[in-house]
Design a protein around this ligand. Structure first.
Ligand code: E4P
Length: 216
C-alpha cells in the first residue's frame, strides 16, 4: 500500500517528505480552510514542488458543466494534479467527461460499493471510501474498503482504492491488510505508526550495553 498525506499544510508536507514514505497528497476545502486564506492554486503548486506524485485538489461546483470547467482549471495548475469530485449524479457525469479528456479524477465521499462501481465505470483513477466517517455513524468503515478492493480486483477495473478518512494507526494497518492500494493519512499518524515502547526500551538497553562495552 502506498501512503498519501491528507493535508493542505506545506509545513506538514515538508516535514513528512524527509522520511520518503509519502508518494502523494490529498487536500479538501476543510483542510484548506485551516490554512488562513492561502490561495488554493499557490498551495497546490507548493505541495507539488515537494512531493512528486498525485496531488488531489477538490472541486466545489455542484453542476456537471461547472464541475468540468472547474476540473479543467484545477488540472491546469500542475501536471500532477488529480481532481477530486464528490460522487452524485452531477459528479458522475463530470467524472465521465473529465476522464474522457484525460483529467485524472479522485472520486471522493464514497460510502457504498455501488457508488464505487459507478465511479470506476465512469473512468475514475482513484476511489476514496471514507472509513472514519462511516465508523462515526456506527458502520464498519473498513468493510467498505474490503468491498471496494474486492470489486476492482474481481472485475479487473483500473481504478485504485484510496482509503480515506483514516483516523488512527489501526485504520492504516487494517486498510493495508484489506488490500487498499493507497491510504491517505493525517500527518499526526506518522509518529503514531512509528512508535513502539519496546523499540524505545530496546534502544535504551543497547545504549547502556554499548557504554559497558566501551563502544561509546
Ligand atoms: C480524503 O481525501 C479526505 O480529505 C479525508 O481523508 C477526510 O478525512 P476526515 O473524515 O477525517 O475529515
Amino acid at each position: 500500500m502506498r501512503l498519501f498525506l491528507d493535508t493542505a499544510s506545506i509545513d506538514e508536507v515538508r516535514a513528512a517528505a524527509r522520511y520518503g514514505v509519502i508518494s502523494g497528497v490529498t487536500t479538501n476545502p476543510s483542510l484548506l480552510a485551516k490554512e488562513g486564506g492561502v490561495s488554493y492554486r499557490q498551495r497546490i503548486q507548493e505541495i507539488a514542488s515537494v512531493v512528486d506524485g498525485p496531488i488531489s485538489a477538490e472541486c466545489v461546483s455542484r453542476k456537471a458543466d461547472d464541475l468540468v470547467a472547474e476540473a479543467r482549471e484545477l488540472a491546469s495548475w500542475h501536471p500532477n494534479v488529480v481532481v477530486k469530485i464528490p460522487i452524485d449524479s452531477e459528479g458522475l457525469e463530470a467524472i465521465h467527461r473529465c476522464s474522457a479528456e484525460g483529467i485524472k479524477i479522485n472520486v471522493t465521499l464514497v460510502f457504498s460499493a455501488n457508488q464505487a462501481l459507478l465511479a470506476a465505470l465512469a473512468g475514475a483513477t482513484f476511489l476514496s471510501p471514507f472509513v472514519g466517517r462511516l465508523d462515526d455513524v456506527s458502520y464498519d468503515g473498513m468493510e467498505l474498503i474490503r468491498e471496494c478492493v474486492h470489486l476492482v480486483e474481481t472485475h479487473d477495473l483500473p481504478a485504485r482504492v484510496l482509503a480515506a478518512s483514516l483516523r488512527h494507526p489501526l485504520h492504516v494497518a487494517q486498510a493495508a491488510a484489506a488490500g487498499a492500494h493507497i491510504g491517505t493519512i493525517p500527518a499526526a499518524l506518522i509518529p503514531q505508526m512509528l512508535k513502539h515502547p519496546l523499540t524505545d526500551i530496546g534502544i535504551d538497553r543497547f545504549l547502556a550495553d554499548a557504554r559497558t562495552a566501551g563502544l561509546i
